[in-house]
Design a protein around this ligand. Structure first.
Ligand SMILES: COc1cccc([C@H]2O[C@H](CC(=O)N[C@@H](CC(=O)O)C(=O)O)C(=O)N(CC(C)(C)C)c3ccc(Cl)cc32)c1OC
Length: 340
């Protein structure tokens, strides 16, 4: 991206974007028009909020104040936070550069980003102290940290003039775009979260198979662990029709690629995780070469349907006849293969 004509602060924002997100930064920088800087800033604002939520060295009552007030810092030219130990702490230390560029965005873009930041910060405080119990609470948590991102982005797309303003009405579909990504990340990151003493797998799911979520690390509990894993993957696959429907409304090629690539990485991750005990042994990541191939292919609804059909068949062929969710998994995949 040629940033030479941009202000020093905006150049720094693109550097921070490339530092905080590996493959994804490239698709943000490929966005058309004034959507590119708006999404870059939105991503960094969200990264700053996420860095506060993730930082276990911040005392809970300080964290609650920071999360609830965070949206106001967008309008405070001096605000930054230098006490973070997280890997992405630079976005908090250099926040004045991000908020300065934020205040230069069109007012509608500012309105969307600050409203999402306000709702997300408030929602995060609800789950700071409470674990996720029911499947409904799992949806609620994922709405706060990811569904709102889908909704906010959809509002930015509509405001940019690059998409039909009516897509702003697709709130449920936009929410599902976030839930699909977040639920996939939570399923994939079981071990990484458990070793950091964090639990995002809903109790309503794991309590069917164990007395404690940590039990799934034990080889003796591997059968129950995989049954819980397959149960959660089956629940997440139910979002795929919404993802396909959301994508069918997107007309701008740069926005299509920006939305499609993370969803394709997620379905490939779910296929890899399904019935795979490695989820409980080490960090699972789809191979870089596979990811690049997916990125190259994710440019039209037709190619999306082909990729989703490919991974749906891969999961279908892995279903274990003794798995209690097996019937449900088969039925959802059959439905998906019909619409693909
Ligand atoms: C319509 O909605 C979307 C359309 C396109 C992309 C995303 C979504 O995709 C990335 C993709 C991304 O960030 N990939 C990482 C890979 C990884 O972190 O494992 C990357 O390539 O660095 C992602 O994961 N999240 C984080 C949340 C899921 C919490 C929202 C995210 C964070 C900020 C923004 Cl602005 C966007 C997204 C959307 O959000 C739903």
């Amino acid at each position: 991206l040629d940033t030479s004509s941009l202000s020093p602060d905006m150049q720094r924002c693109y550097e921070l974007l490339n530092q905080t997100s590996r493959s994804f930064a490239a698709v943000i920088q490929a966005l058309d028009g004034d959507l590119r800087p708006a999404v870059c800033i939105f991503y960094l604002v969200l990264r700053a909020l996420d860095t506060i939520e993730d930082d276990m060295t911040i005392p809970p009552d300080t964290k609650i104040v920071l999360l609830k007030a965070f949206h106001t810092y967008l309008y405070d030219p001096k605000w930054n936070f230098t006490q973070s130990q997280e890997k992405d702490k630079a976005v908090l230390e250099e926040f004045p550069k991000i908020s300065g560029e934020f205040r230069k965005l069109r007012s509608r873009y500012q309105e969307v980003i600050s409203e999402i930041a306000q709702k997300m910060g408030a929602g995060m405080t609800v789950f700071l102290t409470n674990k996720v119990n029911t499947m409904e609470e799992w949806d609620e948590y994922c709405h706060y940290v990811a569904g709102l991102v889908g909704i906010g982005l959809t509002q930015l797309f509509a405001a940019s003039g690059l998409e039909d303003p009516s897509i702003e009405g697709n709130t449920r579909l936009a929410n599902s775009m976030g839930l699909f990504l977040q639920k996939t990340n939570i399923i994939r990151d079981y071990l990484e979260d458990i070793v950091q003493d964090r639990e995002f797998w809903p109790k309503e799911a794991w309590s069917q198979f164990a007395n404690d979520l940590r039990d799934f690390q034990k080889p003796s509990k591997r059968r129950d662990a995989i049954r819980c894993l397959n149960f959660l993957i089956t629940s997440t696959l139910k979002l795929l029709p919404d993802v396909l429907q959301y994508m069918s409304y997107i007309k701008n090629q740069s926005i299509f690629n920006f939305c499609a690539i993370p969803q394709m990485m997620a379905i490939a991750t779910l296929a890899l995780c399904y019935n795979n005990g490695k989820v409980f042994e080490d960090m699972i990541k789809i191979r870089k070469g596979q990811a690049v191939q997916l990125i190259m292919q994710s440019n039209s609804s037709n190619s999306l349907q082909k990729i989703i059909a490919y991974y749906s068949k891969e999961i279908f062929n892995k279903i274990d006849s003794t798995d209690p969710s097996g019937e449900e998994t088969r039925s959802i995949l059959t439905h998906i293969l019909l619409v693909c």
